[in-house]
Structures are given as structure tokens and as C-alpha cells.
Design a protein around this ligand. Sequence first.
Ligand SMILES: *[C@@H]1O[C@H](CO)[C@@H](O)[C@H](O)[C@H]1NC(C)=O
Ligand SMILES: *[C@@H]1O[C@H](CO)[C@@H](O)[C@H](O)[C@H]1NC(C)=O
Length: 213
Amino acid sequence: MMASSIANRLLLLLAAAMALTTLLAPSVLAWRRPMLARRRPMRVKVYVQEYLGDGPETTEKVLVRGPGPANPTLYPPNNLFGDTLVMDNLATKSLDNTSAPVGRLYGTYMVSSMNHPVHVVSFTLLLTTQPYNGSTIVMGGIDDSSPVLEHALEHAVIGGTGAFRGAQGHVVGKLVKVYSPTHVVMELDVYASVPVPWTQAEEVPASPLIIDH
Ligand SMILES: *[C@@H]1O[C@H](CO)[C@@H](O)[C@H](O)[C@H]1NC(C)=O
Ligand SMILES: *[C@@H]1O[C@H](CO)[C@@H](O)[C@H](O)[C@H]1NC(C)=O
């Protein structure tokens, strides 16, 4: 009699503990999950058509002529420390400039070393096709063309908008085609991840046990 009553009490306690665990589980998760870095990988590859020189089709123009001194390590020659170019380049789906346009690459680059072939770059890729129409990827860093002219350059993916909100990662830029001194094509290969919005958090009722974050 006594033993069975204790057993019953234990069972009740166990049931209560289980119920509590079940009740708490979603809220505990709701509290913990946003703290985990849940990120989704994103990949974008575009080809940037760079029209250089002085012609009417030029899409990269000298914004300011730097104060110098002359930096003899850059090609083409005649570069001054601080020289800054502004770009509005067409981005296409493949190397060919007649392939589908997918966006524009806006930005600047500036001779930022006095005696090394280094530019500081800042650019934003605006995508204009689905699935990322209207989204931007913000990139920046330096171009150091010391070893060879045609090598891969890596820049940081600093952030983004739209589908690329909170983006982090890197972008590899490669000169893939030199049509002429006034038309070259860069391949931009973006490896990024974006935070996954934890929409389920909105479905979990707020609990007085949980401190609001
Ligand atoms: C495409 O590139 C070629 C080679 O540079 C050039 O002759 C042609 O004008 C370009 N076409 C367009 C539409 O820009
Ligand atoms: C991209 O978005 C713009 C602005 O909302 C719209 O005018 C355009 O038709 C869209 N293009 C595609 C390919 O969805």
C-alpha cells in the first residue's frame, strides 16, 4: 500500500517533470536558437565588362588626379599616388559582352601606395535579374598586383542589401579576357553567406519565464 503510493507519487512527479520539459522546450529553443550562427551560403558569379580609355563607351573614368608622388610600379604607366577612378561597369552572365546583362558594378579604385602596385577598391554589385533583382553585394579591400598582372584578387564581402542582407564572405576577381587595351573582362566569383532569419521565433508565444531579448 505504502510502496504503491510512493510509486504513484514518483510517477506523478515524473509526468510533471516531463510535461514541464515539453512545455519549456520550445521557449528554451526560441531563446537559444537566435544565438546560434545559422547562415546560408550564397554564390554569385558575374563577368564585368570594363571599357577603359577616353572613348564615349568608357565605363571607368579618372575621378581625381592624385597629388603624387609618381608610382612607377603600376601598369599602364603614368600613375600618381592618389589617382582615383570611378566605375559604372556592365555585369554580364558570361564572358561575352553580348550575353545577358545581370547587373552593374559601381565603385572606385585609388592608387593607395607610393611604391607598390596597390589600389584600394570599394565596389558594390547591383544585381538586376532574378532571383536577386535589386539586391546588392558590397565589396572592398586592396588590389595588390605585385606578383603578376593576371592573377586572382581577393576582396572582402562586407555586406549587402535585399537577399544579401548581413552578407559576409569573400570575392575572387580574375582578369579573364583582354579584348583590347580598352576592353577587358573581369570574372567576379562571390562566396558569401547570409544569416537565416529565424521566422519560427515569431510563432512561439512569449513566455513570462523568458527574459525578452
Ligand atoms: C563587345 O566587345 C567587343 C570587343 O571588345 C567590341 O568590339 C564590341 O563593341 C562590344 N559590344 C558592345 C555591345 O559593347
Ligand atoms: C527588376 O526590378 C525592377 C524594379 O523593381 C523591375 O523594373 C524589373 O522589371 C525587374 N527585372 C526583372 C528581370 O525581374
